[in-house]
Design a protein around this ligand. Structure first.
Ligand code: TXA
Ligand code: MG
Length: 322
């Protein structure tokens, strides 16, 4: 199969209507999309990603009316509140309607819903009569793609089309939230931060206990090892990491990097000005670059633990687990 890569969303719509997979751009990362109402197409996602069936998929739509069809009465209010951040990098868990197959939710009564913020994908979704199931367009456990080229590096010849919408503007996956009795629980950190949520949703904003998040598929996206490059990655205070890996050919990732020892073979400063948005946008491409430059280890510096820095630290922490 030859994989087309262009910005023709009508061609993408045609493939999707035929039950094929198309990689689509979003503001966060590229998604590997299928018609969410076609179980065979959805199965192709799991197979192509080599993703375990216990790990459920996010549904993407382009307006509140369509989103509401995916839930029942109990979920409507939460979706209406989420509209404040939509289109945007937020995914909400709501009780699923009968329209949503168990294969999408991996048997859970909750479904993940999001309206992504990318003009091409919004046009595509507007032209479709079905929602798109779309996990990140990478093989399970590897680094999420933020350009069409990243998608092609794994799926060229495997899927018929990548809808090329340019580099992703946010660069880390959406914030995932659910409701509980006390308020809002953040299951995955992203560009919609706790303080943004606090000012908009009633009640407290909390994180699930870390042991829960790390080991159990209850919050499946939070598997301990994730986003992993092939090269061993160490995450922490950069100066300490450098001193404990002096005998290794090291690649360095950080923000506003200091002058580094000559022994460092390759360094990527993902935001020389210390802008966390820029850092998030460049994070996954930098991990790929460091993974492909022939170093023995990748040393990743801690980011400031607020706003997008929290999402970046979360991804680097997972990338360091194996
Ligand atoms: O930014 C994003 O969210 C991107 C773009 C393409 O929209 N998508 C994405 O999908 O990151 P994925 O599949 O790589 O990560 C979604 C996470 C998974 O870890 C999954 O476990 C969790 O969301 N998830 C999906 N549906 C769920 C559900 N019903 N209950 C609990 N977790 C769910
Ligand atoms: Mg993913």
């Amino acid at each position: 199969m030859i994989t087309k890569c262009n910005n023709d969303y009508t061609a993408a719509a045609q493939w999707l209507k035929e039950g094929q997979l198309v990689a689509i751009p979003t503001e966060t990362v590229y998604g590997l999309a299928a018609n969410a109402l076609d179980t065979n197409a959805v199965l192709k996602i799991y197979r192509t990603k080599e993703r375990p069936l216990f790990n459920p998929l996010i549904l993407h739509t382009n307006n509140l009316e369509k989103a509401k069809q995916l839930t029942n009465r109990e979920g409507i209010e939460f979706l209406e509140k989420a509209m404040h951040f939509w289109p945007g990098p937020l995914t909400v868990l709501v009780p699923k309607s009968a329209m949503v197959h168990d294969l999408i939710t991996a048997g859970s009564p909750l479904v993940a819903v999001r309206i992504p913020d990318h003009p091409l994908t919004l046009q595509l979704l507007d032209s479709l009569s079905f929602p798109l199931a779309a996990p990140s367009a990478n093989r399970f456990g590897t680094i999420s793609p933020t350009t069409a080229e990243h998608v092609l590096s794994q799926f060229s010849g495997v899927i018929p089309m990548v809808l090329d919408g340019g580099p992703c503007q946010v660069g880390v996956e959406s914030t995932i939230i659910k409701q509980d009795n006390n308020g809002v629980v953040i299951l995955r950190k992203g560009a919609v931060t706790a303080s943004m949520l606090e000012s908009h949703f009633d009640g407290r904003v909390t994180y699930p206990p870390t042991t829960d998040a790390a080991d159990k598929p209850e919050a499946p996206g939070m598997l301990k090892s994730h986003y992993a490059p092939e090269t061993p990655l160490f995450f922490g205070n950069l100066l300490q990491l450098l001193s404990s890996h002096q005998d290794k050919k090291a690649g360095v990732l950080g923000m506003q990097l200091p002058t580094l020892p000559d022994a460092v073979a390759h360094a990527v400063d993902i935001s020389p000005t210390g802008d966390l948005k820029e850092a998030a946008r460049n994070l996954f491409a930098a991990l790929r670059e460091l993974d492909n430059c022939g170093v023995d280890v990748i040393l990743a510096d801690n980011f400031p633990d607020y706003d997008l820095g929290m999402a970046i630290n979360d991804r680097l922490q997972r990338a360091s687990m194996r």
